[in-house]
Design a protein around this ligand. Structure first.
Ligand SMILES: Nc1ncnc2c1ncn2[C@@H]1O[C@H](COP(=O)(O)OP(=O)(O)OP(=O)(O)O)[C@@H](O)[C@H]1O
Ligand SMILES: [Mg+2]
Length: 427
């Protein structure tokens, strides 16, 4: 073949390899290798071809594809770098063109024995991309002739050179796909775990809430039972003014229980049913203070009332009562060894102000930022974290504000003060 014909053949090969490389669907390495082998077999007119890819981790070569006679069987083999003709080519990164492999001691007949194929002539070229070994490509048995020509070697090197880029890209793509698949699995697992956590969180919140409800219900129920027992046991001696007093306590505790059930149901349903009415601050606070006094007595907590506003207010009495209890019971929880709880009322323009202070040591830093958020609880085994969320919601529904001073002011002997302000009149 003359120089021009050689040149033309090389150009045609480059063109064809480029053509199938750009048309091969990206990502399918096996498909791409098949195309390269077909092209190599055709280009150098061989009986069969195969590609061995280099495994960087195991430092060996593996045949992923082999077309032609018995080709399918060659698919699974692994060989060491330097083993057999293709192994030597990969190791030394130099092409080999051997006319009769049976006379070459580097030839390993292992594959032939396993496949039943008879190799005679072999042309093998390394596949290298940017100085990195990708593998090696071999064409076996030149059709109609004894051996491959130097022109065949040149052409196969061209095929290998072009193929290297495609293989490298396909391998990278496969790696990305694998990573993407693994990430997708991880993502799914994360979502499942998150769902489980949410369910568990909800269940534990419900459990905590239930125990808290039982706990909160116990106080008024015990009082009611105490008064009714007293009425029965001492019915002959009880005076009518005592009966009136007992009746007042029982009714107020029953109202408190009813209020709690409505509030819990409202919270569970996410709705709000406020019943605003004109009331007198004095009656409202007197009733609350009487109940708190009783609740705090056996906890060694002193109640101080400094009530400076007795006038009218427009509010949902039951809900506002609950606001004060929620704050007071938090204070009771942190003053397990006793302390002082102070209730103050005042008036500031058209606003009524309720200040509730305790000597419980102050708000822990860990909860400070989230204290008004639902389910934010800290340092309690049975806290639901709804108490102050309800406080904020109810005060907000009264167009009011609630703020915490912790520590209040240096001259104050209290550790935490909740300040509630809301309009006295309907807005
Ligand atoms: N007066 C206070 N002093 C110190 N820490 C407080 C005080 N009031 C509230 N806290 C802290 O704020 C947290 C949130 O209070 P919140 O009333 O919202 O929930 P809880 O008391 O934990 O549970 P729940 O009231 O729903 O039973 C409490 O767990 C507690 O750590
Ligand atoms: Mg609470």
């Amino acid at each position: 073949m003359n120089k021009t014909a050689n040149y033309n053949k090389e150009i045609t090969t480059i063109y064809r390899v480029n053509e199938f490389l750009s048309s091969a669907s990206i990502g399918s390495l096996e498909h791409l290798l098949n195309l390269i082998m077909e092209e190599a077999t055709k280009t150098v007119d061989a009986e069969v071809s195969s590609i061995a890819l280099y495994d960087k981790q195991k430092k060996d070569l593996y045949f992923t594809v082999a077309l032609g006679k018995k080709g399918e069987q060659v698919k699974q083999f692994r060989i060491k770098l330097g083993q057999g003709i293709i192994g030597v080519v990969a190791k030394e990164r130099k092409s080999l063109n051997i006319a009769d492999v049976s006379k070459d001691k580097r030839f390993s007949s292992g594959l032939d024995k396993k496949t039943g194929f008879k190799s005679k002539s072999i042309l093998a070229v390394p596949i290298i991309h940017k100085g990195k070994l990708i593998g090696a490509l071999e064409a076996i048995n030149k059709r109609g002739m004894k051996s491959f020509s130097s022109q065949d070697a040149r052409l196969l090197e061209i095929v290998a050179g072009q193929a290297a880029i495609g293989i490298e890209n396909a391998m990278l793509y496969e790696k990305i796909l694998k990573k993407h698949g693994a990430l997708k699995i991880k993502h799914r697992q994360l979502i499942e775990a998150e769902q489980k956590l949410v369910t568990m969180g909800k269940l534990s919140a419900i459990g905590n809430m239930a125990s808290r409800i039982v706990h909160d219900f116990r106080n008024p129920l015990t009082t009611i039972k105490g008064f009714t027992d007293l009425l029965m046991l001492k019915k002959e001696t009880v005076q009518s003014k005592d009966i009136e007093e007992f009746h007042k306590f029982i009714t107020s505790d029953v109202d408190r229980l009813m209020g709690m059930t409505v509030e819990i149901l409202d919270f569970a349903k996410g709705k709000s049913t406020l019943k605003f009415e004109e009331c007198t601050m004095k009656d409202f606070m007197d009733n609350i203070c009487a109940i708190l006094k009783r609740d705090f007595e056996n906890k060694n907590i002193k109640l101080i009332a400094d009530l400076n506003y007795d006038g009218p207010v427009y509010m949902d009495k039951g809900k506002m009562q609950r606001v004060i209890y929620n704050i007071a019971y938090n204070a009771r929880d942190v003053m397990s060894n006793g302390g002082t709880f102070k209730v103050e009322t005042g008036s500031c323009g058209n606003q009524v102000e309720i200040k509730l202070s305790d000597t419980g040591g102050g708000i822990p830093d860990e909860i400070r930022a989230t204290i008004f958020e639902p389910f934010a609880t800290y340092g309690k085994s049975n806290g639901t974290g709804l108490g102050l969320a309800i406080v904020k919601k109810v005060v907000g529904e009264h167009n009011g504000t609630v703020v915490i001073e912790s520590p209040p002011s240096p001259k104050d002997s209290f550790d935490t003060t909740f300040i509630i302000r809301f309009p006295k009149q309907k807005t």
